[in-house]
Structures are given as C-alpha cells and as structure tokens.
Design a protein around this ligand. Structure first.
Ligand SMILES: C[S@@+](CC[C@H](N)C(=O)[O-])C[C@H]1O[C@@H](n2cnc3c(N)ncnc32)[C@H](O)[C@@H]1O
Length: 266
C-alpha cells in the first residue's frame, strides 16, 4: 500500500468486521435509486465498472442489466465476499488509482458507490478521476459519492448525549468525543473549508476520510474535465439544483453524476 491514508483505510476494509457489515447491506441508497432510475433504459447497452464494489451490494442491481460488468476493490477480503455471492462475475482485487489493465474508452458507466473515493488523499482522488476519464467512452457516465463537509457539525453533535444519560454511556461518549477532537484538532467546523481530512472511529479502527464541500466538488469536476456535474442528497435522493442547494445541503454524503465530454452532445 503506497501511503498511510490508503493503508489505514485498507486495514478497516480488509477486516472481517467490515466484510460482515457491508455483506449485510442489500438495497440501493435513495440517491443511487434516483440515478439508477435515470439510467435504467440505457443500462443494456453499457459496459460497466463497479469500483470499490465491497461485498457486492450494488452488483445485484446492475450486473444483470448491463452489457458487461467488472467489479473491483483493493481489499481482497471484500472481493472474496463479493465473489462468493456472485461466482460467475468478473470481480477482482485492483486499486482504483491504477487501472492499467483496461484500455482507453472501453466503458460507459463507472460507479464508485458509498464514499470509496474518500478513502484516498486528494492526489490519489485526482489520479482515480483521471483514470475514470481515460476509461470512459465520450458521453460515458461517472457516479460516485463523497462525505459532505456541511455534515461535520452534526457528526460531532452525535457524540454528545444529554446529561441525563447513564453515567457509563455519558463517560464513553465524552471519551469518544474527546478522542475525535484530539485526532482532528486541525479541523475547525466554523470556517469556510472546502475539504477536510477527518479521522473517524468505526468497527474498532481509526482511519482518515476526506470530506468535501458539495459546491467545491462540482467545481473540481469541471476543472478536471468532466461535464454536466449534478449532485443529489444521499438521504432523500433529491437533486441539489443551484448554488444555494449545494451550499445548504447537510446530508451525511452527496452523490455526484457527471459525464465524459462528447463533441456530439455539445
Ligand atoms: C464504504 S465501502 C463501500 C462498499 C460498496 N461500494 C458498498 O456500497 O457497499 C468503500 C469501499 O471502497 C473500497 N476502496 C477504497 N479505496 C479503494 C481503492 N483505492 N481502490 C479500490 N477500492 C477501494 C474499500 O475497500 C471498500 O470496499
């Protein structure tokens, strides 16, 4: 594993605890459902890459309907679990920042669901997005989600139970909150940050995740050569139309849909 950011994320996602948790999930999230409905008629003509496929939550929805399907993940334990569920499918251990095994302009749809892109440094995030642009045919679709920086105050509020809570519960959550503040002491929630690297504690692991301001993510996609970026609230599946909606959304994460530019569509 090339950097500390990736290796800490690798440790959690390659663990039996994460495989058990992600293996239980079997439905699409609201924003995924909105986008799935949007693309449903076009799926039979699409070659699809399901990046960060985990234990295969999205596989059951997409693989039977697309022209071809490859699932990939950098965590071998996740790939084993996905392959156990879908033995006939092509699901491999691959890092999303290096997709050399696939030729240019070979895919129509790339999905990186449930915030897998946030497991990378900003440099690797750009590297992965450049790989996706290379792999898509003109007009091809990219769908991914990312943690929402506007949600950070809610995240920390969740650590603070009322004073009426049982003393052991109160003590535990105060400890958790203090730990969160300690490892994230460089993060201030009141400022106008566009991205933040936040250490989260989950399943007994402490690992960094990238949070991004949705209007900044949309601007970044344009800067990196993507066209027509649209954003959707993760919890309602509603489209975030215009700058005010992008600045105001406080869903835990946001889905983005953008396309590789196509001269014929312009
Ligand atoms: C939060 S899990 C989501 C799994 C699955 N997409 C789902 O929605 O159930 C994020 C997944 O991204 C994978 N991942 C993170 N960084 C990756 C990378 N650089 N290359 C490939 N997969 C990666 C993790 O191993 C993990 O399975």
């Amino acid at each position: 594993m090339h950097d500390r950011f990736s290796s800490l994320n690798f440790s959690i996602y390659n663990s039996s605890q994460a495989v058990a948790l992600y293996g239980k999930a079997s439905s699409l999230q609201p924003a995924e459902l909105t986008l799935y409905e949007d693309l449903r008629d076009a799926l039979p003509a699409m070659d699809m890459l399901d990046v960060g496929v985990g234990a295969g939550r999205t596989t059951a929805f997409f693989a039977p309907h697309v022209k071809s399907y490859i699932g990939l993940d950098f965590a071998p334990s996740m790939v084993d679990a996905a392959k156990a569920r879908f033995p006939a499918l092509d699901i491999r251990v691959v890092d999303a920042t290096n997709l050399d095994f696939l030729p240019d302009a070979s895919h129509d749809l790339i999905l990186f669901s449930f915030n897998g892109l946030d497991c990378m440094t900003m440099d690797n995030r750009e590297r992965a997005l450049a790989e996706f642009l290379r792999l898509l045919r003109p007009g091809g679709h990219l769908i991914f989600s990312s943690h929402n920086i506007n949600f950070l105050p809610d995240l920390t509020r969740g650590f603070r139970p009322g004073m009426a809570a049982h003393p052991v519960k109160l003590l535990k959550s105060l400890k958790r909150f203090a730990r969160f503040l300690l490892v994230n002491r460089n993060v201030t929630y009141a400022n106008d940050m566009k991205t933040a690297l936040v250490f989260e504690r989950h399943l007994g692991f402490e690992f960094p995740l990238l949070f991004i301001r949705p209007d900044h993510q949309v601007a970044e996609l344009a800067r990196l050569g993507w066209s027509g970026a649209r954003a959707f609230a993760s919890d309602t599946g509603k489209r975030l139309d215009g700058p005010a909606a992008l600045r105001g959304v406080d869903s835990p994460w946001v889905y983005y849909h953008c396309r590789k530019p196509d001269a014929a569509m312009a």
